[in-house]
Ligand binder design. Structure first.
Ligand code: AKB
Length: 320
């Protein structure tokens, strides 16, 4: 995997901002090209303004750079997506098809496509979603992710394009703000706790969802992309999970370190989205096929989040 040239789309998003640094550490700063529609904070490497709907701009960049891999992160998430379903369809689907066509036509070796627990919905046992259950999503974001998984499968089978994908649960990290998702509460709550302010949660106290700590999510992504081709058996998208909890359990976990922390529950439209998603997902295929294993528990994640955010606050850095 030497001499990689890696383009990351949507690199200014929650995952992108962290993934960029992990890729730079693994492959060298020169190997990584961040793209987004706006500049990215704290990124020393190469940045190119790119809208994923601009097929010509994408092709030109891929060609000029001798690109070998694309991590296609640009997308509108579950809560924001409901505000304009057709635009979400356009950005998420046309963006993906531009990436897949360009990757096929320009000989890209590997494409990463993030899917989500939002692909699950009606018709399954939400207490634990298996790998191969029917996908009947409740949000337009979920519809685009389920369709996108199938497009990846199609390009792999029809054109031999090496597309790899994970169904991310909610991702929790101190490094970057989440943007427009239903699981965002699980990041926001830490910022309030670190500032010793009360938090108003937009989900019900019992809304259990699968989650993962950012470090684990990044490691899973890099491990999947580095796995030998014959170990990547699932070509739609792998279930992935680190832990699961509800907002009350998260608040209780935070109270171990911030005893006076107060949380109110004022559910909004995002509660219905959360209620349509599974409470847990079974990621045993990822464990078996390419050795996935999370390292963070609810407690160790809580401690790490608070430690980092409190350190940022003490040194006067913005915590978003
Ligand atoms: C969202 O809440 O929309 C995302 C996701 C689970 O895909 N974090």
């Amino acid at each position: 995997m030497q001499n990689e040239k890696i383009i990351v789309t949507g690199a200014g998003g929650q995952i992108g901002q962290v993934l960029l640094h992990a890729l730079a550490e693994r492959y060298g700063l020169q190997a990584v090209i961040a793209t987004d529609i706006r500049p990215i904070p704290n990124w020393e490497g190469r940045f190119v303004t790119l809208n994923v709907l601009d097929r010509h701009g994408l092709e030109k960049l891929v060609e000029e750079q001798g690109t070998t891999q694309i991590y296609h992160l640009a997308a509108i998430l579950s809560a924001s997506g409901e505000k304009d379903p057709l635009m979400t369809w356009q950005v998420n689907m046309d963006g993906l098809l531009n990436i897949l066509d360009t990757a096929r036509d320009k000989g890209i070796e590997r494409v990463f496509y993030p899917s989500s627990i939002a692909v699950f919905g009606a018709g399954i046992d939400l207490r634990q979603a298996g790998q191969d259950v029917p996908l009947i999503p409740s949000t337009v974001y979920g519809i685009t992710k389920a369709a996108g998984e199938n497009w990846g499968y199609y390009y792999y089978n029809r054109y031999g394009l090496d597309v790899r994908s994970l169904r991310y649960p909610g991702i929790i990290g101190y490094q970057s703000p989440p943007g427009g998702g239903t699981t965002d509460y699980a990041v926001d709550i830490f910022h309030y706790a670190a500032r010793r302010e009360a938090y108003t949660c937009f989900l019900e106290s019992t809304a259990r969802l699968p989650m993962i700590y950012m470090d684990d999510a990044i490691r899973a992504t890099l491990d999947l992309m580095a796995a030998p081709k014959d170990q990547v058996r699932i070509r739609t998208s792998y279930n992935l999970s680190g832990m699961d909890f509800d907002p009350q359990e998260l608040a209780d976990s935070i109270r171990e370190f911030v005893p006076d922390f107060k949380v109110n529950f004022v559910p909004d439209f995002r509660q219905a989205i959360a209620a349509s998603w599974p409470q847990r997902i079974d990621d045993s295929d990822a464990r078996q096929d390419w050795g996935w294993a999370p390292t963070y528990s609810l407690r160790s994640m809580t401690k790490d989040m608070l430690d980092h955010l409190e350190e940022k606050i003490a040194s006067g850095q913005p915590t978003h």
